[in-house]
Ligand binder design. Structure first.
Ligand code: ADP
Ligand code: MG
Length: 570
């Protein structure tokens, strides 16, 4: 046999290995995701290379990944028939961390006391292959680069050195054999030799990898969906069905629905399907759905956002808050970005400019899809608004970038039609001559709003008033200054007396001063008597049957909001 060479890991690699082994990740299962992702990349590379360069005599007829368990030896092997590595590749790629800034980053990680911070720092570069040392005390890698005859064995216990040896007769591709540490529940080490565990991890993290991930079917289980490969039954563990990666024209409605149901656990078809691909500097695919029915926990504190992040078909995380604002938490789906580290952390995603750009684009797409439904199918839109209107209104407070788009979507109860809500656009089209503001009144229920004394003059004079009784209405209506150039005006606040004659109208002036004469004694007396409760008592033209009503200052918070604040102890 050829001689064995012992080499040292680069200093940074040693430090990184120590960090990985001493559990940076609480979730050890991800080692398999990393190795499968490397194998998948290697298969992609071999196919590309053989298509681009016909001198590469590679067999690409059955590219796949195989997982092999040896219970007696306690090893798990991840094998691919992809591009493989030369001896020099091994030294450069596995023995060295080529990424710039690694040293500085490692310093910071060592200094940071808390594990979560360290984890987010390490997410800035992929620990990839090294994650194998979380679960294995020795790793043996055998590989042969396509187009060459020389194979190499690489082996290390992850301490300070690794061995290299030339080996003959290896197939093209790479096999990574993990000599597993003993099972230790406390350390998060599951039994990675158990078929069910392997299947579970593959399903969770690698289901949409586009190459088959195969494993010998266990005899006892009489597994379904097996194919006969020689004498041993072989099972393909992943579905490979990454619908989002296929062109829209090649996906049927039924496939979208099935996929949606699989990721959402919903039994209905989605109300909206949004499928897009972005090319250019930051490539990604997105497949998003608006459900037909709101989940029961839409307003609970624990509700998660429904968008999953993938990187090149490898599952990275659920509930990716960096990709969807809170008010679109009901949107389900998948975003698959091509140029992110598999270990990217939530903190880093939140601050990544490209991710922020993706999010802006996705929000526009979702709002655009809802707008299209609003324009084309009033009935379907009405149902959608019933389900998600209350959450969408949160966007009027949260998302100043899309205020206009959201204002166009909003659908609100109004005095115009007791049965059907109106859009602001339709309200504006119905405004009376000389009316410049959009009138609304907020309250706890629709009945209290409708029966409020504030309504009297508006009803009597035929002005339409929006009847707002969602708690969130208080907040957005107060913040949004105008729609289409028309102020939003609460009829419970400030000077909104109707038909108040303009100053300088002599006849009206004398009429007003005559009326004020009648009350000259009463008003100051009332103001003094009610000094604790009110700032001022005024004559009003806004009442028709009630004797008096309480009006807030233009910049006061409304009574309902005041109640809400008091209830929450603010
Ligand atoms: P990353 O995948 O982010 O580059 P890894 O630590 O996972 O980082 O892998 C380092 C490099 O080693 C890969 O970029 C690749 O060039 C090489 N490599 C790892 N596994 C394989 C494999 N199965 N086949 C071919 N090359 C591999
Ligand atoms: Mg990798």
């Amino acid at each position: 046999a050829s001689s064995v060479e012992t080499l040292e890991f680069q200093a940074e690699t040693r430090q990184l290995l120590r960090l990985v082994i001493h559990s940076i990740y609480s979730n050890k299962d991800i080692f398999l995701r990393e190795l499968i992702s490397n194998a998948s990349d290697a298969l992609d590379k071999l196919r590309l290379e053989s298509l681009a360069d016909s001198t590469v005599q590679a067999d690409i007829s059955d590219l796949h990944i195989a997982l092999e368990v040896d219970r007696d030896a306690r090893t798990l092997t991840v094998r691919d028939n992809g591009i493989g590595m030369s001896r020099d590749d091994l030294v450069d790629l596995i023995g060295t961390i080529a990424k710039s800034g690694t040293a500085g980053l490692l310093e910071k990680i060592k200094e940071s006391q808390d594990a979560a911070a360290a984890q987010s720092l390490i997410g800035q570069f992929g620990v990839g292959f090294y994650s194998a040392f979380m679960v294995a005390d020795k790793v043996t890698l055998r590989t042969r680069r396509a187009g060459t005859d020389a194979g190499t064995r690489w082996e290390s216990d992850g301490e300070g050195t690794y061995e290299l040896q030339a080996v003959d007769g290896l197939p093209v591709g790479t096999s990574v054999t993990l000599h597993l540490k003993p099972v230790d529940g406390e350390d998060g080490l599951a039994d990675y030799l158990a078929g069910w565990k392997i299947r579970q991890i593959v399903k969770q993290y690698s289901d949409f990898i586009r190459w088959p991930i195969r494993m010998a079917a266990e005899q006892t289980e009489g597994a379904t969906g097996t194919e006969n490969d020689g004498d041993a039954a072989v099972e393909t563990l992943n579905s490979m069905k990454a619908l989002w990666a296929r062109p829209r024209s090649e996906v049927t409605e039924a496939e979208y629905t099935e996929f949606y149901q699989q990721i959402s656990h919903d039994w209905l078809a989605p109300a909206e399907t949004i499928h897009m691909r972005a090319e250019g500097t930051f490539e990604y695919e997105a497949l998003l759905f608006v459900p037909a029915q709101a989940p029961f926990d839409l307003f609970s504190r624990e509700t998660k956002r429904g968008v999953q992040l993938y990187v090149k078909r490898v599952f990275i995380m659920d509930d990716c808050e960096a990709l969807m604002p809170n008010y679109l938490r009901f949107v389900k789906g998948v975003v698959d970005a091509h140029d992110l580290s598999l270990n990217i952390s939530r903190e880093i995603l939140q601050h990544d400019r490209q991710i922020q750009a993706v999010r802006r684009r996705l929000v526009k797409k979702v709002l655009g899809a809802i707008k299209t439904t609003q324009a084309n199918d009033a009935e379907r839109y009405g149902k959608l608004w019933d389900q998600f209107g209350r959450v969408l209104k949160e966007g009027l407070v949260e998302d100043t970038d899309n205020t206009q788009a959201l204002l166009e979507l909003v659908s609100l109860p109004s005095t115009h039609d007791a049965e059907r809500p109106t859009t602001l656009r339709a309200y504006v089209e119905r405004m009376k001559d000389g009316q410049d503001a959009i009138y609304y009144l907020t309250g706890e229920t629709r009945a209290t709003v409708e029966n409020s004394p504030h309504m009297e003059a508006f009803t009597a004079k035929g002005y339409e008033v929006l009847l707002l009784s969602d708690p969130i209405d208080e907040i957005w209506a107060d913040r949004i200054p105008a729609f289409d150039g028309h102020r939003l005006q609460s009829i419970a606040k400030g000077q909104v007396d109707l038909d108040e004659p303009a100053d300088g109208d002599q006849e009206a002036d004398s009429e007003r001063s005559k009326r004020e004469q009648d009350f000259v004694a009463l008003l100051p007396w009332l103001t003094t008597a009610l000094a604790e409760q009110v700032k001022q008592v005024r004559l009003s033209s806004r009442l028709t049957t009630s004797a008096a009503c309480i009006v807030g200052d233009a910049d006061d918070i409304s009574p309902t909001l005041e109640k809400m604040f008091r209830a929450t102890g603010q």
